[in-house]
Structure formats: structure tokens, C-alpha cells
Design a protein around this ligand. Structure first.
Ligand code: IMP
Ligand code: MG
Length: 183
């Protein structure tokens, strides 16, 4: 029988239940904060896709959404520092209340680049919601307005986050076994 993807996980850092509960809190908070507004959720692909799908179903507001894709990594486990937009917005964001939806705020290079890029298009406001924050690795001066969990300086996968494009479909957040990187 083929080896299970779950056998590659050293430790489950955040369980499905913990993540689910936190996402409903975040959704409720955004619902309160944006009462009377029609926020525009902008997901940062690909890592955001699981979190965003769950988060938006916990937001009880009229809203719109779109995706952008940026890449700052080669195939490795840390940012190269150079951010490239590989999929741009399809609509104008002028005057909109933009909420950037991200999987993780790590060095912060990607999101600070993206935030500046979007600010130039004069939205009414921009906030950031991230599922995970790894403050120990921050290089850019940027903070999330809404954050699910602060995580230690470990490379994590699952719930949208990948290692070499795999493990995004794990239903929880886990730490990979070190031997996976050296294979
Ligand atoms: P930053 O520019 O260093 O903040 O990198 C942000 C991007 O790096 C995220 O959107 C993720 O795609 C990726 N990333 C950073 N840390 C991790 C991790 O622990 N696991 C998986 N991907 C990560
Ligand atoms: Mg990645």
C-alpha cells in the first residue's frame, strides 16, 4: 500500500477543530467591524484557498472577492526576497474596503509588497487577515489586522500551505518530518 501523506507529519500543531473555532471567531469579528460596508476580500493564492473558503462562510455581510497570485519562493522553505505578481486583479479596487486574505505572514516581504502595490490603486481601506503569523521571522515592517494563530519558527504545512506544492490538502496544520526536506 502507498505511504500516507499523514505519515510525513512529525506533529500536529493545530487541529481541525481548533482551526475551525478560530476561523468562526475571525469571521464574527470581521462581520462586526465591517457592519454597513461591503468588503472586498482579496485572496493571495495559492495558500489562501482553504482558509478563505472557510472564512468567507463565517462572514455575514454582502461582500465581493477576487484572487491574486504572487510568488516569492523557489521550491525551498524561505523567501528569495523578490516578489513577482503572477496573477493580477481583474477589477478596479478604487474606493473599496479591501481585506487581504493570506495563509501566513512570515518574513512579511510578500504582503508588504502587495499592500504597497494595492495602496497605489487608492482603495478606501486595506486590512490584512492571516491564518498564521510567524513573528520570529519578520523582515518587513508589517502587521496583520486579524490573525488566527501565532506559530513558532517551524516550517508548517496543511490547510492550504505547501512544501514543494504538496500537503496543501491536509485538513490540519502540521510540522513536516525533517527527513522530507533532505530527500
Ligand atoms: P513571506 O513573504 O516570507 O511573509 O512569505 C509568505 C509566503 O511564504 C506565504 O504566503 C507562504 O506561501 C510561504 N510560507 C512562509 N512560511 C511558510 C511555512 O511555514 N509553510 C509553508 N509556506 C510558508
Ligand atoms: Mg508555498
Amino acid at each position: 500500500m502507498a505511504e500516507s501523506m499523514k505519515d510525513d507529519i512529525l506533529e500536529i500543531l493545530l487541529s481541525e477543530d481548533e482551526i475551525k473555532a478560530k476561523i468562526s471567531e475571525l469571521g464574527a469579528q470581521i462581520t462586526r467591524d465591517y457592519e454597513g460596508k461591503t468588503p472586498f476580500f482579496l485572496g493571495v493564492l495559492k495558500g489562501c484557498f482553504v482558509f478563505m473558503a472557510d472564512l468567507l462562510r463565517c462572514v455575514d455581510l454582502q461582500c465581493t472577492m477576487d484572487f491574486m497570485a504572487v510568488s516569492s519562493y523557489g521550491g525551498g522553505t524561505s523567501t528569495t526576497g523578490a516578489v513577482r505578481i503572477t496573477k493580477d486583479l481583474t477589477r478596479d479596487i478604487e474606493g473599496k474596503d479591501v481585506i487581504i486574505v493570506a495563509d501566513i505572514l512570515d518574513s512579511g516581504v510578500t504582503l508588504s509588497y502587495l499592500k504597497k502595490y494595492l495602496e497605489n490603486r487608492t482603495p478606501a481601506s486595506i486590512r490584512i487577515v492571516t491564518l498564521l503569523d510567524k513573528p520570529a521571522r519578520r523582515r518587513a515592517d508589517i502587521k496583520a489586522d486579524y490573525c488566527g494563530f501565532s506559530v513558532p519558527d517551524e516550517f508548517v504545512v496543511g490547510f492550504g500551505l505547501d512544501y514543494a506544492e504538496q500537503y496543501r490538502n491536509l485538513p490540519y496544520i502540521g510540522i513536516l518530518k525533517p527527513e522530507i526536506y533532505s530527500r
